[in-house]
Design a protein around this ligand. Sequence first.
Ligand code: PEP
Ligand code: MG
Length: 901
Amino acid sequence: MATDSATKWVYSFGDGKAEGRSSMRDLLGGKGANLAEMCNLGLPVPPGFTITTEVCTAYYENGKSYPPGLREQVAEALTAVGALTGKAFGDAGNPLLVSVRSGARASMPGMMDTVLNLGLNDETVEALAASSGDPRFAYDSYRRFITMYSNVVLGVEHHAFEEALEHYKDRKGVSLDTELGAEDWKTLVGTYKKIVRDEHGSDFPQKPEDQLWGAIGAVFDSWMIPRAKKYRELNAIPESWGTAVNVQAMVFGNMGDTSATGVAFTRNPSTGESALYGEFLINAQGEDVVAGIRTPQDITEKARVEAKSDKPSMETAMPESFAELTRIYGILEKHYRDMQDMEFTIESGKLWMLQTRSGKRTAKAALRIAVELAGEGLITREEAVGRVEPAALDQLLHPTIDPKAERKVIASGLPASPGAATGEIVFNSEAAEAARKAGRPCILVRIETSPEDIHGMHASEGILTTRGGMTSHAAVVARGMGKPCVSGVGSIRIDYKAGTLSVGAVTLKAGDMVTIDGSTGQVMQGRVEMVAPELSGDFATLMEWADGVRTMKVRANADTPTDARVAREFGAEGIGLCRTEHMFFEGDRIVAVREMILSDDAEGRRAALAKILPYQRQDFLALFTIMSGLPVTIRLLDPPLHEFLPHTDAEVTEVASSTGVSEDKLRHRMRELSEFNPMLGFRGCRLAIAFPEIAEMQARAIFEAAVEAAKKTGSPVTPEVMVPLVFTQAEFDIVKARIDAMAKAVSDETGSSVAYQVGTMIELPRAALKAGEIARTAEFFSFGTNDLTQTALGISRDDAGTFLGAYTQKGILAADPFVTIDQEGVGELVRIGIERGRAVRPNLKLGICGEHGGDPASVHFCQEVGLDYVSCSPYRVPIARLAAAQAALAGTSGGAHQSEG
Ligand code: PEP
Ligand code: MG
């Protein structure tokens, strides 16, 4: 970067004009750009200046030294501020005091925040006392300055000062700060200066200029402190952005009862209601509001009444300032065309604006605000669609605990899958199913879960485990099912034998009621009132607008009628993946499935398959009926085989007795089938190749169900039969031939033919590379990016948890590649697959059904590469619909915009 003294490093503002404006956010940071903009709008802003983010960059590039010209420009700007206020920085008779604040492009908690009252010293404090006529105020301000400055610039711990203050109050026999007078604060200032000398090793700086450069340096240094670095890492903020520094003339909210300070939102940030919302404190400085020592007062009278507060609202206590704030918030909201979060200070009856920015909000508020802003004509519908963060919708898609309900929290774990659930405690899957059959909602409580708990998880309302993290089996499967899950509640002890769980003094037994909140990780005793998720009101309106701009279709991964119904309610346009192996866990089928797998000849397998066929047909009929008129992709069996093998002796006995095969023989067969790497083993189409009768049974069930569904619903069904895990056209062709033959057979038998397609998953790197050949016979591709990620990176889906964290922490991977698609690597394979596939078959239908289909960033990628649809778990369908709409807008006009964080 050029760093000559001619470069403009400092941008001034004040008195109704500014050198900067809001579009200069990159250079001036969010706070600086908005201060400038407010000045340009003619709003009352204390004059000041912004040192640009480029100075921060230059500072680090040049071994923490300032670029030439900066000091001169700062001095000049400071003089100008003095001229506007009629004061001079460092002047003993009429001193200008300033605040120094950081201000990056994106708001960044963790960085140095604020130093107030800078410029005070033993001399200027007297001048402040004289000009304000209030020595108490002057010395209180001075001690606040020493505390803040020493803490953030010199690194002296807060508590050193707090202890001295408490000690002093004890000696005086008073309990409140307000009981201290000017002399007390003066004495304390002396004590504080001594603390600084002792702790810091040198005197508190008396020269205002040294104070100023100390504070500026502290802002720049705070850009690199671990907390700020961590925040950047988590929020993908580049280090190169740097921070700006804002220096601004002080206005005082603590100059008596006509002074105050506060924060306000132009709309309610939790409900979105269009009304000024916020709180303020009379006779206080900014940090008093956040410190929570005094309870702030409401801004509007309406809010005060609602909060049943007996302290006057700003509306009644300071009607003129309230009117001014009302005027200003109207201007700001119109100007920024978004809900604003503002900070203000009233000094002796005059209101000053210290900050404005787009306010953070809940998902519910975001929807209401976006829809209402569009209704008011402030933004377009497209902009409204861009204003809501898709991932935030997750908050609204699960039952949640009624905010008004009382909670008796007994333990906490990880918020593994959002939503809340109440039910009776069950400790195993059989009990879960029994409870379900009896119509009693239950919570499955396990130390950890494994694949054979799937049916129990299905049967329960929610899952609680005492071991395992956010990617444990319980967490992943629960998220897929859209069921609440709290995992890793280490403080709970489970005794399966006794049928109890205990934590501290509380012991609960099977059948007792418990509530879990998968959004917070809380475990509560007893039943707690819930509110159900709904896609209605503003949510439904915004979704409709999103659908209006979206070009990609959104389907759901759904294996059961329940999944399919939820998916349709949430707006799915078909099923993109039905994992038939999940159907095999339902009810009594597992025994027949085990029988089939463990038979050592085709005849035995056919006998077992004959038992499964009616169930499968029933399953498909239900799915086709629910999805009537929409496409349904059914994937042939793709089990990691070990998930189906019997585990316990009882299960072996069960299979033995139903097949008449000896247990010894069964165990021998189990040993034969056991694998070192089940994920790379006998799964996917390999099963259909070795045991074609399985694919035939499934194909028969599909086509028979399609014929029946068409009759039942009156509209034709077009099943898409999907072959998993192929890496070469030859595999695909073998399986396809069986499917086609079965279609013909069913058509001959029933006299009705079914239009269908046969396609494949692209989930192995070789399949992506050979897509041109595979597309000769495959009519559609669905990218299985779970396996594609696993095989492209050589990272096991099941074992990644232990080391992947280190990869994202060290920045080797930007995000968990199983959550957000690795665009550079896996994404390139997808691009290759698309290009080579479409070159051979221009109308090849393309979709994605890996977990990435519901991840907003990955949905953008899918739009970019030209997929026809994404498919995701039912509960993520609205998220994908919104993300797809934003991706479409970004592709056309760059219209998608996330509100500022
Ligand atoms: C995939 O691999 O992306 C996929 C959808 O299949 P599964 O997760 O069932 O292996
Ligand atoms: Mg797969």
